[in-house]
Design a protein around this ligand. Structure first.
Ligand SMILES: CCCCC/C=C\C/C=C\C/C=C\C/C=C\CCCC(=O)SCCNC(=O)CCNC(=O)[C@H](O)C(C)(C)COP(=O)(O)OP(=O)(O)OC[C@H]1O[C@@H](n2cnc3c(N)ncnc32)[C@H](O)[C@@H]1OP(=O)(O)O
Length: 194
């Protein structure tokens, strides 16, 4: 059984999402937004190392291979890790809009068990935007990009100012992110609004 709550149904005055003119071209990798991100950062040994590529419109695809460190039951992915993969994939969509946003709500359906060693093929798209609210949806397939859907999620992201991170994050990590020599990552963190 699966479904979406009323909180994730866009209001009647919601708009179709608009891809930012400077968004990466379809097929281009998005790269990591932060080296220490559990979802996409290269600096997290047990992180997901999720790799996303821009799709058409406001959509993307991503892959993540379940590692032994990601187990819940013996030999199977932990549900929270799978939810993290969906969250990261959905969060990456906001880069195509050039909006900084955080997850307000994430509703996940776990449809099939996902064994260690499995590659999860993720697809996500923004479905609507209403003021600061961004509505999006994602699936994760196993066995190949056209395989059965193992997990899916609907989400609401809420646009925030960069102050959200500066005021709430730990100063040491904020400072390190500000000095990141990678210009694209710095831009994603601090100069994302056009
Ligand atoms: C310095 C940089 C450091 C490095 C950072 C690097 C890069 C940064 C750039 C991008 C990366 C951004 C995120 C990270 C990327 C990927 C990870 C995946 C994404 C995440 O993992 S991110 C972490 C988990 N996430 C949070 O840590 C959020 C905690 N939370 C809050 O910070 C507040 O809660 C907030 C801001 C969400 C809202 O607070 P607020 O005061 O600004 O706004 P408000 O409450 O008024 O809500 C406005 C409208 O959204 C509706 N709304 C809100 N929440 C709702 C809910 N749950 N359900 C249904 N509707 C909801 C309201 O009902 C209202 O709707 P309406 O306008 O119609 O009344």
């Amino acid at each position: 059984m699966s479904g979406t709550s009323a909180a994730l149904t866009p209001p009647a005055d919601a708009q179709a999402p608009v891809r930012h003119p400077d968004a990466p071209a379809p097929g281009e990798p998005l790269g990591a937004h932060y080296d220490q991100c559990f979802g996409c950062g290269g600096g997290q040994p047990h992180g997901l190392h999720l790799e996303a590529r821009a799709g058409e419109g406001v959509s993307l695809t991503a892959e993540f291979t379940v590692q032994p460190a990601h187990q819940g039951a013996p030999g199977l992915a932990h549900g929270g890790v799978l939810a993290s993969a969906l969250d990261e994939t959905l969060g990456s969509l906001n880069w195509l809009l050039r909006i900084i946003a955080v997850t307000g709500r994430l509703e996940t359906d776990f449809l099939l068990p996902v064994p260690v060693g499995t590659t999860l093929y993720l697809e996500a798209e923004v479905t609507a935007v209403a003021g600061r609210k961004i509505y999006s949806t994602a699936t994760g397939r196993i066995g190949g990009p056209d395989g059965p859907v193992a997990v899916r999620a609907d989400a609401l992201f809420v646009e925030v100012k960069v102050d959200h991170f500066v005021e709430n994050g730990r100063p040491a990590e904020i400072q390190a992110a500000m000095s990141d020599p990678d210009q694209v990552r710095r831009t994603r963190a601090f100069e994302v609004n056009p």
